[in-house]
Design a protein around this ligand. Sequence first.
Ligand code: ARG
Length: 566
Amino acid sequence: LSKVLDLPPENLIKSISAVPVSKKRCVADFQLSVASLTEDSSSNCLAQDLNLQAQKLAERLKCDGVVSEISAGPGTVNFTINRELLAKAVLQQVLKDGSEYGVKSELFSAVPRQKAVIEFSSPNIAKKFHVGHLRSTIIGNFIANLKKALGHEVVRINYLGDWGMQFGLLGVGFQSFGDKEKLKSSPLQHLFEVYVQINKAAEDENTKKMAKDFFRKLEEHDEQTLSLWKQFRDFSIEEYVRIYKRLGVHFDEYSGESFYQEKSQEVLKILEDKGLLQKTTKGTGIVDLSEKKDFSSFSTVMRSDGTSLYITRDLAAAIDRMNKHSCDTMIYVTDKSQSTHFQHLFQILKLMGYNWAERCQHVSFGLVQGMKTRRGEVIFLEDVLNEVRSRVLQNMASAKTTKEMEDPMETAEKVGLAALIIQDFRGLLSSDYQFSWDRALQSRGDTGMFLQYTHARLHSLEQMHGNELLPDVNVACLQEPDAISVLQHLLRYDEVLYRSSQDLQPKHIVSYLLTLSHLAAVAHKSLPVKGSAPELAQARLRLFQAARSVLASGMRLLGITPVTRM
Ligand code: ARG
């Protein structure tokens, strides 16, 4: 191609892709898109022209030892690789690269390695850990995993809602209804209860005043007040850490709004010095964000008493993060109701002269409707985890195929998590979706259960025949259509990773892994290992081993721990 088109081979990489496996079973392995060769492709080239160009190009190319067939398709030139070579090359690469298969692809060679700060989860102490926080947690974890796997440096930050008037109320509430023992043993539950109780009393003027006083003392760093607040925070973090561990999630830093009270005063000062801070008649401070400077768009950054707001603390936090980490990108993961907040945040940073604001990104996601546990509406993350685990345990107990296992609880936990993650990651992140336990837990649909089940089956196949594996296996005999489909699908893994790395959407990887599982299940049925001639059995084992390896690494990127028995 390079010779015929007179283009350096590296320019062709982005135009050639592996052909997605379809039911119709196209035999070609790779395709060159003619449109992507010409610079101003899409607009002024008619489909007919592209077809003609493809035809002509196909005629000028000759088959050789590597390419056994060349044909023209609609706007594409299709290549079929020598069948023996296909099996050998794919399996050798997958088994050699192991968990790095796909990320070592030349597709990523031109991508500069960067440092990314990723902020996610960020619950509010004493308030509900709602489904939005769960989504933020698993999405942020996925983005961090993916970036890390692709060789980027990643800093994972949890920015807690650990400051604000609610702590005034909470402090007063704790003084009347609090229990130190309960605070230690189940801080999240206890603080929430106290908060709900005191909120009811907050109608009363006296409570309001006390709460205000408590918060004022907190802001003035009164020792006793601060020490109580610190206990709320420390015990809560301890419990968060334990729950995140169940999710397989960790953070490099627990930050929070409380860190930035003083620094937000410095931010206000800078805004003032730069002439960006305007006082309203009510005494609040605002920043004009409109183009015409007519206040048609603005952001309030200061209360009338001079104290900071959510966005002021975010300004301070962003500047601090950049100073501390000198990162190339900063990513924030929250639901889409905060889109305007982050737009304003980035705009103000830009006005302040921080050009790196352009490298900040808000990854937003839609709402989840109807996530309820048997106990009712979800308040604590842990309830969701317990519920899904017990539902999976129940399913496993009633399924005839369930294997005996050492720790059914642990398996159920991993399988349940897979079910939650896949249900959440199947669509576009920005879409809302209706949560359904039944849909998430179907053993045969496009679910996390199915991925786990496939992984466990492939794993036990390897276990069963593992000691028969020879070091040197001739895989060229893998010529059945079902085997070829698996090989062709394995070829595409790097492209799928690339897509997800570009738009940070996990759905490309999810649908890839679901297809991989379906293809592997079909092949598992039609290509038995047991009872086949030794050479064939060995080659098939290699094929299934490769499929399992890619399945496992893809699942891990999504935040799922593959199980080996279920
Ligand atoms: N604690 C906030 C909430 O629950 C989310 C924080 C998002 N991050 C940020 N830097 N503002 O709504």
